[in-house]
Design a protein around this ligand. Structure first.
Ligand SMILES: [Zn+2]
Length: 249
């Protein structure tokens, strides 16, 4: 059983607690949860903001970038006074001002410079908010090996994608990659419509919280895509691949 919430916190999160699907127990689970956000760019800043404000108890942020002026149109955790600062340090300052009860661990480093398996094993859910295939592959592999849930997000131009891996219950991100070759395009080259990356980041936060609280149906064995020009969400079936190099037999 999770630790009971204080009276002050029960009042603070009352609008969520009154939802019968969440209730006091769901909020308490959130308060005890440990979520790892890898990449604090557009996706990561939207996700971390929503997780912290909603009452997640422990957040770890990993990123070795510094805040630049070109980040500000979509990375809404940062402001003009923080240009040149490390992203995780700037994000920690902002998140602590939103919810003091959320313990923030800021790791100003590349995920590849870490013992990724040990780091992932310390968390309940991992959010992949990175923008390159090497990191995505390494994060997925470590999540499968450590049996930790993964919520992967991507956004480019007017399009977004979401994918959830649940240990022993679904296809993994490498299953998806056996079917589709991920194009190696960055937002720098291809561009990104700012609201789209925020929508996908907040959606990642929602899926992570739903996994922790066991609320609703989280899409498994599926790829969700969002088209910001036509305002369409689509859900593509993606069964576990027996020949998957990561989770296959
Ligand atoms: Zn797989």
């Amino acid at each position: 059983m999770p630790k009971p919430l204080s009276h002050t916190d029960a009042m603070r999160f009352n609008r969520q607690i009154v939802l019968p699907q969440i209730d006091l127990e769901g909020q308490e689970r959130l308060a005890e949860s440990r979520i790892l956000v890898i990449g604090v760019g557009g996706l990561g800043s939207a996700a971390a903001n929503s997780l912290c404000a909603s009452g997640v108890g422990n957040l770890t942020l990993v990123d070795n970038d510094t805040v630049e002026a070109t980040n500000l149109p979509r990375q809404t955790l940062f402001d003009e006074t923080q240009i040149g600062e490390g992203k995780v340090i700037a994000a920690k300052q902002r998140l602590e001002a939103i919810n003091q009860a959320c313990a923030i661990t800021a790791l100003s480093t590349s995920i590849h410079a870490q013992d990724i398996n040990a780091l992932i094993a310390q968390h309940d859910v991992v959010l992949d908010c990175t923008d390159n295939t090497d990191s995505r592959d390494a994060i997925n592999k470590a999540c499968v090996e450590q049996g930790v849930a993964l919520v992967s997000g991507a956004a480019i131009r007017f399009e977004g994608q979401l994918f959830v891996y649940k240990p022993r219950a679904s296809a993994c991100y490498a299953c998806l990659r056996t079917l589709f070759d991920a194009p190696e395009l960055s937002c720098t080259e291809a561009g990104i419509f700012s609201p789209v990356v925020n929508i996908i980041g907040i959606y990642q936060a929602m899926l992570a919280m739903q996994l922790i609280m066991e609320v609703g149906e989280v899409p498994l064995n599926a790829l969700l895509t969002f088209d910001g020009l036509g305002h369409q969400w689509q859900r593509w079936s993606l069964p576990k691949q027996p020949n998957c190099p990561v989770c296959g037999e």
